[in-house]
Design a protein around this ligand. Structure first.
Ligand code: BGC
Length: 760
């Protein structure tokens, strides 16, 4: 059955490209009188769009369809961005449907013109890019933003990143990365939100809302890609791309929730992970992409592989040749291949010999085309490539102001003995020592998109610009990753001349991120030695860390009175750190990831199970190490302030809760210090007896509050059955009646406690 409206929509599809209209109209009208295929996802949600997609699909040859499933990269050389000649040819023949790493209003317009004007159907290209934490204005790395626990700010920075990127011709970002990891050796922890599924899920949703806004067709938004599905952050031994072997319970409780949250927030694409999960490479996993993603979660967007991941099925040893690899990926429900060209090279053959059906291809193409329609590309394929908009949107002063605010909120004060910080007014000369001090490049961290590091504010510049009355003496001391001690004397001399020392230490930007695992997560090179030498000058000393993962910093913790974790804060890093050091901003960040004492404790995380032999210092046969405490150096949720917060006992609206009901848990928090400050009030739960052993505590709520000195507020959390649910012994999801403990505090360890009972 056809409806009149459908004919009109079909004509609309074509009308953006007048040149082809007459040809298409003839083809379309012919097709209108042939059979109408079933719409595989006719949910009503995409009314209009799905009919246009179906109409367009009915005009396409097999080769054109496969083109829509093919994604290639643009390249860069000294002369700028360019596309390889073979890809130009592919655009002109409709053999590629999407490009990545190509941006800039003019460049994308030029490429789009080829697709629209030179192909038979004129289907627009989709332009993707890794806009991970900013496009031109670079915000703090995701792990840093996660330390803010500030969902509004996280959403806002994603929104600005989208605005900047979308004005440079981009439609689609390969973010948010939502992989949970309990292993700081894995370099990609810098791109994620840390170790916790609850916090990670909130952040995943905030980022998707930020990137996509309420309307994908708005030319200031980007389509989001939640990645890497799934369990990539659990790579064995923290080695990137390594195998993952885990229980379904761990997968569903820890690793999947942020993906689900991102999808519920509306993410329209998802990227496969490189790893195998229990022996099956994710990119060939029907369990992940069909059973969970489509059948359980009803995902309606499209699946893109990670870079060359179909080809890598050969190395995983599950495919014997390219055809076999593509068939496995197609059967798993992988819609678009990134960069390996395997679909382009093999799918025609596979359809011809019957190993892949054309309806499988159609299904994938529909998912891709639907997003192109949602983005408005068929209304105006050039709407995102606007030179005027690009000039206005890029690095606007307000973007930089927000970047500075986000950066301040991302800083975690790990330690502050004797209130060394904030820096007092009587301090007139400060020695700024270390390889991160006069450093712009590393501040942007990994994945800095189109960010220009030469525009970033170094710590030294930030200090000098914001504090004209203070003299700063700079000495590098040593490099980030070299063993040279030749600068030590100069550094110690600088310290001796000063009232105070700021030691700026850390990792290079390339030491975290993809393919950047480390088996030793101490400060690299001779930096700790430098710290020891400088400390021996006897001046009040503050360590400012810049790094992409939790580090093992026992010596600093034992000796240096104040330590600031600043991660990589992006374009305005130096200004933001100066704000915190001098008390212009009172730090409020809390760790989203545990800091171990040594790598032997890894994987380490706060929400472990109790074991049958809980730790007892006096009893040998209890869970412990001989050589290091079980406790980490800094717990999940830890972060100090220049003020102090007092927590009252917890009060409950009732000692019992019905499964169908809810419970109010409240606590009064008072600022008992001298300055105003923000606090992240964290709520954890423990199910004391259940059919499976439950974690000793799990984050189930948090609120960020602001209190003036002396001010107090009541913070109220509502607990429902959802917060008490888990995967029970039979893997069904739900709660079990019984006793629960609730903990509230400013970190995952130092909390108030109360008990309640869940009754049926
Ligand atoms: C990474 C992805 C990224 C892709 C495209 C891969 O190597 O794993 O996270 O989106 O490259 O740049």
């Amino acid at each position: 059955m056809f409806y009149k409206g459908e004919i009109i929509q079909i004509i609309e599809v074509e009308s953006y490209n007048m040149k082809k209209q007459s040809l298409l109209l003839i083809v379309t009208l012919t097709i209108l009188f042939s059979a109408c295929g079933d719409n595989v996802y006719n949910t009503g949600k995409y009314d209009g769009i799905d009919q246009k997609v179906d109409s367009l699909l009915s005009l396409m040859t097999l080769e054109e369809k496969i083109g829509q499933l093919t994604l290639y990269t643009s390249d860069m050389d000294q002369t700028g961005a360019f596309l390889r000649p073979e890809y130009i040819e592919d655009i002109k023949t409709g053999s590629v449907g999407a490009l990545f790493n190509a941006y800039g209003a003019e460049f994308t317009r030029e490429l789009q013109e080829m697709a629209v004007n030179e192909t038979r159907l004129g289907i627009p290209l989709l332009f993707g890019y890794d806009v991970i934490h900013g496009h031109r204005t670079i915000f703090p790395v995701p792990l840093a933003e996660a330390s803010s626990w500030d969902m509004d700010m996280i959403k806002l920075t994603a929104e600005i990143a989208a605005r900047e990127a979308a004005s440079e011709g981009l439609h689609w970002t390969f973010a948010p990365m939502v992989d949970i990891s309990k292993d700081p050796r894995w370099g990609r922890v810098v791109e994620g939100s840390g170790e916790d599924a609850f916090l990670g899920s909130k952040i995943a949703a905030a980022r998707v809302h930020g990137f996509q806004g309420d309307d994908l067709s708005d030319e200031y938004t980007l389509a989001a890609t939640v990645k890497h599905f799934a369990a990539y952050g659990a790579a064995q031994a923290g080695r990137d791309y390594h195998s993952v072997d885990m229980s379904d319970r761990e997968l569903r409780e820890v690793h999947l929730p942020p993906f689900k949250a991102a999808i519920e927030a509306g993410a329209v694409s998802i990227m496969t992970a490189f790893n195998d999960l229990n022996g099956i490479p994710a990119t060939a996993s029907t369990y992940l992409f069909q059973d969970i993603l489509r059948d359980e979660w009803n995902f309606e967007g499209f699946v893109v592989t990670d870079y060359t991941a179909i080809m890598e099925l050969l190395y995983h040893g599950v495919a014997k040749d390219a055809h076999h690899a593509s068939k496995l990926a197609m059967d798993a429900g992988i819609d678009m291949s990134m960069q390996d060209g395997f679909y382009q090279k093999t799918l025609v053959d596979l359809v011809e010999d019957g190993r892949v059906s054309e309806s499988q291809i159609d299904r994938a193409v529909k998912y891709v085309l639907r997003v192109k329609f949602q983005l408005g590309l068929f209304d105006d394929p050039f709407r995102y490539s606007s030179v005027e908009r690009q000039e206005v949107e890029i690095m606007k002063p307000e973007n930089l102001a927000i970047a500075r605010d986000m950066a301040r909120k991302s800083i975690v004060l790990l330690k502050n003995d004797d209130q060394v910080l904030p820096i007092k007014e009587n301090i007139k000369t400060i020695a700024v020592i270390g390889p991160m001090a006069d450093n712009q490049r590393d501040l942007l961290g990994s994945w800095s998109a189109a960010g220009d590091w030469s525009q970033s504010v170094s710590l030294l510049d930030g200090l000098r610009n914001n504090n004209p009355d203070v003299t700063f003496i700079y000495a590098e001391g040593t490099g980030i990753d070299d063993e040279s001690r030749s600068g030590f004397n100069e550094a110690v001399a600088a310290a001796r001349q000063a009232d105070m020392v700021i030691l700026a230490l850390g990792e290079a930007y390339w030491m975290s991120g993809e393919a950047a695992s480390r088996s030793d997560i101490n400060l690299p090179g001779a930096q700790e030695e430098l710290a020891k030498e400088v400390y021996s000058a006897g001046k009040p000393t503050v360590a400012v860390l810049m790094n992409g993962r939790p580090l093992t910093i026992n010596w600093l913790d034992d000796n240096i009175p104040a330590i600031l974790e600043t991660w990589f804060l992006g374009t305005t890093a130096g200004d933001a750190i100066s704000d915190v050091l001098f008390g212009e901003y009172n730090p409020s960040g809390k760790l989203p990831m545990t800091f171990p004492r040594n790598v032997g404790q890894i994987p380490i995380h706060y929400n472990m199970r109790n074991t049958g032999r809980p730790f007892d210092a006096d009893s040998k046969y209890t869970t412990k190490y001989l050589d290091v405490p079980n406790e980490p150096l800094y717990v999940f949720g830890h972060g100090l302030s220049y003020t102090e917060f007092d927590y009252s006992p917890i009060s409950l609206s009732s000692k019992t809760m019905q499964v169908s009901d809810s419970l109010e848990v409240s606590i009064t928090v008072r600022n008992i210090g001298e300055v105003a400050g923000e606090e992240v009030v964290q709520l954890y739960l423990r199910d004391k007896v259940a059919s499976v052993s439950r974690p000793v505590r799990e984050l189930k709520g948090f609120q960020k509050i602001h209190l003036n000195p002396g001010e107090s507020t009541e913070v109220v959390f509502t607990i429902t059955n959802e917060e008490l649910s888990f995967y029970r012994i039979d893997m069904s999801y739900g709660s079990e009646p019984g006793e629960f403990s609730v903990f509230i505090g400013g970190n995952s360890r130092d909390t108030q406690t109360a008990e309640f009972e869940l009754i049926e």
